[in-house]
Write a protein that binds this ligand. Structure first.
Ligand code: CA
Length: 227
């Protein structure tokens, strides 16, 4: 699953972007200052950054200049309220890969983000399969044979990681980080609740796959042999 860092200080705008990206199977962490953004980028690995220019602690472009100076090449999309040609050129010269002028259509932001991820080969929109399961991240859908069921964002991320491990154990920390971000303060119970829901959906689809708990380590998918 691609992971994006959104640096945006407007709460409603941030929430709208997160919702739109998550609907496409893109995990999105949000910070509202340059300082927090620098700390997140220092700690976690992101496939792309969406960077607002007007931040409480200064111009987002300064952060980008600092990152490029450190040779951090994470692709970056700039959000700017300024649409003068000079500002756009300045943004691209500072190391931005693309820009979008506010106000923008959410569909365009999503399309540009996906294009950015694709160009940097971190976006894999194809389906993921394990035994009789097929997950389509763009549709948030789990398929078994001709039956399908919709997955919530956290269920999708958890199942995706489990399927990627292809029967090996996925650690709790990896599953939690995929579903809720590296810096979320979710309780340990959240993962167990997501697993419980996924088990219910696998059963509803009469899948041969079950999710087993490896105590103290994590979870793994097990496919029953075809009779
Ligand atoms: Ca702003």
């Amino acid at each position: 699953m691609p992971r994006v860092l959104l640096v945006e200080d407007h709460p409603r705008m941030a929430q709208a972007v997160v919702t739109a990206l998550q609907a496409q199977g893109i995990v999105c962490d949000v910070v509202n200052t340059r300082t927090h953004a620098a700390a997140y980028l220092d700690t976690a690995s992101y496939d792309a950054v969406i960077l607002d220019r007007g931040l409480p602690d200064g111009d987002g472009l300064t952060l980008l200049t600092q990152l490029r100076a450190l040779r951090l090449s994470t692709p970056c999309l700039i959000l700017t309220a300024r649409d003068a040609l000079g500002d756009r050129i300045h943004g691209l010269e500072s190391g931005a890969d693309d820009y979008l002028t506010k106000p923008f259509e959410m569909a365009e932001l999503v399309a540009r983000t996906k294009a950015l991820l694709r160009r940097h080969a971190t976006w894999h929109p194809e389906q993921c399969c394990f035994a009789d399961l097929t997950v389509s991240p763009e549709l948030s859908t789990l398929l078994v044979g001709s039956s399908s069921i919709t997955l919530s964002s956290s269920e999708l991320q958890v199942l995706w990681v489990l399927m990627r491990e292809a029967g090996q154990v996925a650690r709790r920390s990896a599953l939690e980080s995929a579903a809720w971000g590296a810096f979320s303060d979710i309780t340990p119970k959240a993962l167990d609740v997501a697993i419980h829901r996924l088990r219910g959906k696998l059963a509803a689809l009469q899948s041969k796959v079950t999710i087993v708990n490896i105590k103290g380590v994590g979870y793994a998918l097990v496919a029953a042999d075809t009779p």
